[in-house]
Design a protein around this ligand. Structure first.
Ligand code: NAP
Length: 369
């Protein structure tokens, strides 16, 4: 709680909330006096540009991720309706389908997400299949494969569509299926970013997370290195993964953070307060393991969860859809990245966005809180 309070205090101390939030809210359809009213009425003096960024380029990602409906997406049913919960500011809702990404980690050798994917052509087809119905961001990492998981999206999308965001993570080396070795030294991170740029065949990466804190390197040094690369234009947006509220508080003075990625789902609720704090700041929160999976093991425990199955039966949906829809409804900054190697599961998961937006399903989903 102290960490969350510290984040709020830091934001409150920031003076540039209006400057940074006005464009964000305006992009959501609120202008002029309405923006002012909303800012004051909802206490958004506590919302800072520090997470949204100090420069235009730094601020661009959160509005893009949170507000832009995917062009051509068939989400007419995705009508605006509030996604309220625990103390959220009264902001315009974000379309659920625009917030559903694709987690590519499983498109690697198994077990352990190690080596190249068994059938790259199938993986490429799956990535393209995700883009077609409106998935507009792909989550990958240097550690997946390692490296192979960044090569596949580059092969699937050539040329890379302008409206498709890619997020990757640096700071982990992997030399065996179960070996995960943190390397958060600044020079290592610089090398990782260069390699990711090459593998993804991009001039810059939309969002780069520090995959996890390296206990042998001061966290400020690792994140400071990412900000140095941000200032060089290599990494337009910096993200943090596997961090807690205290980490976020300590890192805020170093520079803007566009997104936080942690384990979170309807049954993994440690980050409830952090999600809300970041929502109030308009910072994306990307929950991994949305279906409760062990990252190194195949299968989705929540697909078989009895409570979710009962809720799903009432909503004419599947338990996996309920788990994903619950996340999409939980806060307007939540952007789940369910991972799958199955076209049928992909279709099912994408359809969960419609469930999240369905007024009749809302009560059933909210009852799971
Ligand atoms: N930052 C981090 O430290 C971190 C850690 C782990 C993951 N991640 C990111 O988060 C993404 C998602 O995480 P995750 O893959 O571990 O967990 P997940 O999305 O909770 O679960 C994926 C597993 O669930 C299965 N599945 C997917 N959709 C299903 C459905 N509709 N019905 C039944 N089973 C279904 C998949 O099997 P099938 O292939 O058979 O569908 C796969 O084994 C990853 O791709 C990665 O990008 C980040």
């Amino acid at each position: 709680m102290l960490g969350i309070a510290a984040i709020a205090a830091f934001w409150a101390a920031s003076f540039n909330a209006y400057t940074y939030l006005a464009p964000l809210l305006a992009s959501a359809g609120l202008t002029g006096g309405a923006v002012t009213l909303v800012l004051f009425a909802t206490g958004l003096a506590a919302v800072t540009g520090n997470l949204l960024g100090g420069r235009a380029a730094d601020r661009a990602l959160a509005p893009t991720l949170l507000a832009t409906p995917p062009p051509g997406a068939r989400d007419g049913h995705d009508t605006a309706r509030p996604l309220p919960r625990r103390g959220l500011p009264a902001r315009r809702p974000r379309r659920p389908s625009a917030r559903l990404g694709y987690g590519a980690m499983r498109l690697t050798g198994q077990p352990g997400n190690f080596g190249s994917y068994a059938d790259p052509a199938v993986g490429i087809a799956l990535l393209r299949r995700a883009y077609d119905p409106g998935v507009r961001f792909v989550d990958t990492a240097r550690a997946y494969g390692p490296g192979h998981d960044e090569e596949l999206p580059a092969r699937a999308f050539d040329p890379w569509p302008d409206d498709l965001l890619v997020a990757t993570k640096v700071g982990i080396d992997k030399d065996a299926p179960t070996s995960i070795v943190s390397d958060g030294r600044p020079e290592a991170l610089a090398a990782h970013v260069r390699e990711s740029l090459e593998r993804l065949r991009r001039d810059s990466l939309d969002l780069v997370y520090l995959h996890r804190p390296d206990p042998s390197v001061p966290l400020e040094e690792s994140v400071g290195a990412l900000h140095a690369m941000r200032e060089q234009g290599l990494v337009p947006h910096v993200g943090l993964s596997n961090v807690n509220a205290a980490h976020v508080t300590a890192l805020l003075p170093l520079g803007p953070v566009a997104a936080v990625q942690n384990r979170y789902s309807v049954v993994d609720r440690d980050d409830d307060a952090l999600v809300d704090a970041l929502a109030a700041a308009g910072v994306a929160y990307v929950p991994y393991g949305p279906l409760g999976a062990n990252p190194l093991v195949q299968g989705a425990p929540l697909a078989a969860d009895r409570t979710l199955r009962r809720a799903a039966a009432r909503l004419d949906a599947t338990a996996s859809q309920v788990a994903i829809a619950w996340l999409l409804r939980s806060a307007p900054n939540v952007m789940p990245v369910p991972g799958t190697t199955s076209a049928a599961h992909l279709e099912e998961n994408v359809a969960a966005a419609a469930l999240a937006a369905d007024p009749t399903a809302a009560a059933g989903l909210d009852a799971l809180r």
